[in-house]
Ligand binder design. Structure first.
Ligand code: 5GP
Ligand code: MG
Length: 459
């Protein structure tokens, strides 16, 4: 998964992009990058491994002049990390300098790449996004608008992209609309971002969500919707953005993430009530869902777990601390809240089950009398091929074990997952959503899997 941001017709665009990346840092912490286009149409780029604060400072921003800029924060879901796979991708081609940032996972990238390599294309890294710049550069459509449309029409799967060609910015989303993308207005220019929390930080006013399948050209405040991409049989925004990925202060797919999570929590409380003394979240991803659970059940919300926000890349040998090291370094239980109590722990999702198992043993060690584990989403039973970092099916606890066995494995007194129907009911006004990770219903063709080609490194 990744976060993308763009600014057009805005003085000091690279600075705006860098601020936007701070707001989107949760969408990826492996690499960050910014490109900017100066008055002569020359694009420059700087990338760093790690987070935006790790290397994009004032001096770097001074070296990125211009009123048009893109930014990217990367969380690779497979294959190579490192700067070679970081974005923006910047190339020079027959229309001038082109830069691109991409969020999503192109499910026919390997197939397209094999074709391009056959025709003589040279690739720098292993990332699926690189295919897009090749397709644009090889298009014979004659003008950038058509080249972009033609290239994007060949892609399957998930892509929210921002592209600059010279100082013109383009914003586009795949026809199913898997990943979010919004536009805002700022000081006579436009800002595009994965989530509205980035618009808030830079002081931009929300303008619109880029509709699924739309290709939008932006020059200053001039926003032109070009001919859309071929339509999909149905739209399929990713429900996991609302469950886990997006920030609760964002509006995603026209829905407040906070409101959606609270409603998941309330529905969960109705479906799986428990007699208990307190409810708490596994901070921060399930805070809103735990609040919803507490509201609905009338059981007081407590802060039972404290999360350390500074563990980032601290390196301590796990064997120095023991088995639950990874969990212990991140969370510590508040004994005063937990000791002698019957507690309800609400998490947003159960993926591998390793975090939860460690957490529950910490909570038991802190003296909990009963532990009732509640998950504000259905069992994850299938990997995501559209950009969420989900392991293989064998690693997914929900695919390997029945709910009763998971409860025994986690050592909880009871376990309850939000039902698939309950989840959809909560967001029925915005739906339908892609729920492939819960249902196995893959809406966009998985071309590379069919052709036996492993998934490319994605974003
Ligand atoms: P697990 O069951 O894999 O041990 O951990 C579940 C936890 O991981 C949940 O608290 C959830 O917030 C978090 N989580 C869910 N999806 C992802 C993801 O794609 N990446 C990361 N890093 N964490 C995730
Ligand atoms: Mg979590």
């Amino acid at each position: 998964m990744c976060g993308i941001v763009g600014a057009s017709g805005v003085h000091g665009a690279a600075r705006i992009a860098s601020l936007g990346l701070y707001a989107l840092q949760h969408r990826g912490q492996e690499a960050a990058g910014i490109s900017a286009v100066d008055d002569n149409g020359v694009a420059r780029v700087q990338k760093v491994t790690g987070q935006i604060a790790d290397g994009i400072d004032d001096e770097v921003l001074r070296g990125l002049p211009g009123d048009t800029a893109l930014g990217h924060t990367r969380y690779s879901t497979a294959g190579g990390g490192g700067l070679v796979n970081a974005q923006p991708i910047v190339v020079r081609y027959h229309q001038g300098d082109m830069a691109l940032v991409h969020n999503g996972n192109i499910t026919n990238a390997r197939t397209l790449r094999a074709e391009l390599v056959e025709e003589g294309a040279i690739f720098q890294g292993t990332i699926d996004s690189e295919v897009i710049v090749h397709l644009i550069a090889r298009s014979r459509a004659g003008n950038p608008d058509e080249e972009i449309r033609e290239a994007l029409s060949r892609l399957e799967g998930a892509f929210s992209v921002l592209i600059t060609i010279g100082d013109t910015m383009y914003a586009a989303r795949d026809a199913r609309g898997f990943r979010p993308l919004v536009l805002g207005r700022l000081n006579g220019g436009m800002v595009a971002a994965s989530e509205t929390c980035a618009l808030d930080l830079v002081g931009a006013r929300f303008h619109c969500e880029v509709p699924p399948g739309a290709v939008i050209r932006i020059r200053g405040t001039e926003v032109t919707e070009l001919e859309p991409l071929p339509p999909a049989p149905r739209q399929a925004p990713c429900i996991f953005e609302l469950i886990y990925f997006a920030r609760p202060d964002s509006n995603v797919f026209g829905k407040s993430v906070d409101r959606a999570r609270r409603a998941f929590g309330r529905q969960l409380a109705r479906e799986h009530p428990a007699d208990a003394d307190c409810v708490f979240s596994v901070p921060d991803s399930s805070n809103s869902a735990a609040l919803g659970f507490a509201e609905e059940s009338g059981i007081p919300l407590e802060l039972g777990l404290i999360r350390n926000h500074y563990v980032g890349r601290t390196f301590i040998h796990p064997e120095q601390i023991g088995r639950d090291f990874k969990v212990r370094v991140k969370y510590n239980p508040v004994r005063e809240v937990i000791e002698g109590k019957r507690v309800i722990v609400v998490d947003d999702s159960l993926v591998r089950g390793t975090t939860s198992k460690g957490l529950i043993s910490l909570i038991r060690d802190a003296g909990a009398r009963e532990v009732h584990f509640r998950v504000a989403s259905p069992p994850v039973t299938n990997p995501c091929f559209y950009g969420i970092d989900m392991p293989t099916k064998q690693e997914l606890i929900g695919a390997r074990m029945a709910v009763g066995d998971i409860a025994r494995h986690l050592n909880v007194d009871s376990l309850g997952y939000l039902s698939l129907e309950g989840m959809h009911q909560v967001v029925s006004e915005q739906g339908p959503f892609c729920d492939a990770c819960f249902s196995g219903d893959y809406t966009a063709p998985l071309v590379d899997l069919g052709s036996g080609l492993a998934a490319a490194s994605t974003c």
